[in-house]
Design a binder for this molecule. Structure first.
Ligand SMILES: *Cc1c(COP(=O)(O)O)cnc(C)c1O
Length: 225
């Protein structure tokens, strides 16, 4: 029997030369869809809503690595801290502080990415470089023993303009480099640049992405409500 190459295998093969990892974005999709990829060996899944993440995590296999990729309200931090693999959407100093507080209670070090505003379109969430630098230089940050910042995350503008998308990804790469040099030079663990979605991950890889977040290509179009 000739096995068909799955979309998962096809994307994994594309990522190989870049040594980048794949987060399967399963938001709005049912558990069966997640299990299908799970059976093919995939373990890293991303959700953008806490409630949905919790209900899926409860019934799906324990060794799934859950990534939170959407805005996290501070009053919901306590629900994800016990199990989350990586919070990719840390977008304010106050949120980071709350994650550290809950992580200390849980005695669990939480891996985080700092989300940056790189798109030209007006996005609500994400750091600008100045705010992030002030935070990383603050005494409060130095006391956060339960946080490990692993890198940065960003989303490009939703557009067909490849030049613009490329420029925005370059912006994120530059932010990463600057933070790496200034604050994380001796930290092996600061190494992730999470950028690239179904429509733009090839550009993201060319611009230095280490982690792509792909939903539509793997699971099909989502229904818009
Ligand atoms: C939905 C989403 C994705 C995946 O988008 P697709 O275009 O379906 O691949 C990636 N990142 C974030 C933050 C998302 O919310």
């Amino acid at each position: 029997m000739i096995e068909q190459t799955t979309t998962l295998q096809k994307i994994e093969k594309e990522l190989l030369p870049y040594n980048a990892s794949l987060i399967a974005v399963s938001k709005t999709k049912p558990e069966e869809d997640i299990l299908e990829l799970y059976r093919q060996g995939h373990r890293a899944f991303g959700e953008n809503r806490v409630q949905e993440l919790l209900s899926k995590q409860e019934i799906l296999p324990e060794d799934i690595e859950w990534h939170l990729i959407g805005h996290l309200q501070r009053n919901k931090v306590k629900y994800v801290v016990p199990f989350v693999h990586l919070i990719q959407s840390v977008d304010s100093p106050r949120l980071l502080k709350e994650i550290n507080k809950r992580a200390r209670k849980e005695e669990r070090i939480i891996d985080c990415l700092l989300q940056f505003k790189i798109a030209e379109e007006d996005t609500k969430y994400g750091f600008d470089l100045d705010t992030a630098q002030k935070m990383l230089e603050s005494e409060a940050y130095k006391d956060m023993g339960y946080i490990r910042i692993r890198g940065v995350m960003g989303m490009a503008t939703f557009t067909d303009d490849e030049v613009q998308i490329r420029r925005e990804f370059q912006r994120l790469k530059n932010i990463f480099q600057e933070l790496k040099t200034k604050y994380f030079a001796d930290r092996e663990s600061f190494r992730e640049i999470s950028m690239g979605m179904s429509g733009d991950y090839k550009i993201a890889l060319e611009e230095g992405s280490t982690m792509v977040r792909i939903g539509t290509l793997l699971f099909g179009e989502r229904e818009v409500h």
